[in-house]
Design a protein around this ligand. Structure first.
Ligand code: DSN
Length: 415
């Protein structure tokens, strides 16, 4: 995609867009929630559907001229149904948070109770953090991972549910590296008559490819975002059984949103189509293999991983043991200076602030899209370890930066 017309109309924006493309090409994106969408997805997202209002659902819109919007939304729904197997799919949420909001608005009254994982243990703002609408509208109690193992404590969750008697239990996380046993969360929800919302934002692609157990058919509601491991257009999705279809659809529109972002829904349709191709399964398996290689190599370098490793696309490094004087923010900054882009992250039992916590989170979805295999990922782990060991050493930083350049050339992006 060229930015020629943007440049003619608005050079300042064109400069920023061009610089962002270059930034993505010459750095290694390891923020676990990010990926590189295909050019087809990018093109669909920038289509004329950006001009179209289409409140309502296919065949039942509030405006005229929606015949092609209908085609696109129906394709997105059909493909999502094939990918994840739910009875009902809503592809209109603008984001994963909006998807969660749709479920809460459909099933809860203000003041109802949510039981969800604490943010510092891997949860998400929209699961009930006090700074988020979910924390403000609902009565939220949070569970934690086992402090010794870093794994979810399903027995503890069940006991907490019996005491708190929530209306909904939220599973599915942003910084939990292990496979989630959705059946056991469901058992806890069943024991207290709560709904179970499984937010698979991070692992939508792994679930679609069979690399992670699916909560579809287990949890009452499954939400996700569509641009992370699934690599489609940006936004959210809700899946549920037919019995909840009307409640969910009304909660998304008109409950929480107006006109759907039809250009993004086109990007979702295209990306879901790509994920139905056999190559996507190979990709998803490689994402997990690369994360395992990353974790093993970081461990060989003496870094501590929360839970000791990973089953998914991400690792969470607790720097307190190996580098007590290097907070996550400092590590993030040093790594950014050499072109490795990951994020500082809180860890279970956090002792610092969320602005400069004790950990870093790193994921492999975007590197794998560039073609990285385990050997190349181990080279990145070596770079990360060397930089964290000597964040102020210019020689180390220069050498790391040169190696990132080499990797970016070896695994080009958007050629
Ligand atoms: N911002 C996403 C993440 O990084 O996990 C979640 O919304």
């Amino acid at each position: 995609m060229s930015y020629d017309r943007v440049r003619e109309a608005d050079p300042a924006v064109a400069d920023a867009l061009t610089a962002e493309r270059e930034r993505q090409k010459r750095t290694l994106a390891m923020i676990a929630s990010e990926n590189h969408a295909s050019k087809a997805v990018l093109e669909a997202q920038s289509s004329e559907l950006t001009n179209k209002y289409a409140e309502g659902y296919p065949g039942e819109r509030y405006y005229a001229g929606c015949e092609y919007a209908d085609v696109v939304e129906e394709l997105a729904i059909e493909r999502a149904t094939e990918l994840w197997g739910a009875e009902h799919v809503n592809v209109q949420p603008h984001s994963g948070t909006q998807a969660n909001m749709g479920v809460y608005l459909a099933m809860l009254e203000p003041g109802d109770k949510i039981l969800s994982l604490d943010l510092t243990h891997g949860g998400h703002l929209s699961h009930g953090h006090p700074a988020n609408f979910a924390g403000q509208l609902f009565d939220v109690e949070q569970y934690e991972v086992d402090p010794e193992t870093g794994y979810l404590d399903y027995e503890g969750l069940r006991e907490q549910a019996e005491q708190f008697e929530p209306d909904v239990i939220v599973s599915g996380f942003s910084a939990y590296p292990r496979e989630v046993d959705f059946e056991r969360v469901q058992a806890a929800a069943d024991a207290v008559g709560a709904y179970h919302l499984a937010d698979i934002a991070h692992i939508t692609g792994l679930v679609a490819a069979g690399e992670h157990e699916s909560p579809v058919g287990v949890a009452d509601f499954v939400t996700g975002s569509t641009h992370k491991t699934i690599r489609a257009g940006r936004g959210g999705i809700i899946m549920c059984d037919e019995e909840y279809a009307d409640a969910i659809d009304s909660a998304v529109f008109p409950g929480g949103q107006g006109g759907p972002l039809m250009h993004n829904i086109a990007g979702k349709a295209v990306g879901f189509g790509e994920a139905l191709e056999p190559e996507f399964s190979t990709y998803a398996a490689q994402v997990v293999a690369n994360a395992e290689a990353l974790g093993e190599r970081l461990t060989e370098h003496g870094l501590s991983l929360v839970s000791g490793g990973t089953d998914t696309h991400l690792v969470l490094v607790d720097l307190r043991d190996s580098h007590p004087d290097t907070p996550g923010g400092e590590a993030e900054e040093a790594l950014e200076s050499v072109g490795v882009i990951l994020n500082k992250n809180t860890v279970p039992g956090e002792t610092r602030s969320p602005f400069n916590p004790s950990g870093i989170r790193a994921g492999t979805p975007a590197l794998t899209t560039r073609g990285f295999d385990e050997a190349a990922t181990r080279r990145v782990a070596d770079i990360i370890a060397r930089v964290i060991d000597a964040p102020d050493n210019d020689d180390v930083l220069d050498a790391a930066s040169a190696e990132v350049d080499e990797l970016c050339e070896e695994f080009p992006l958007y050629e």
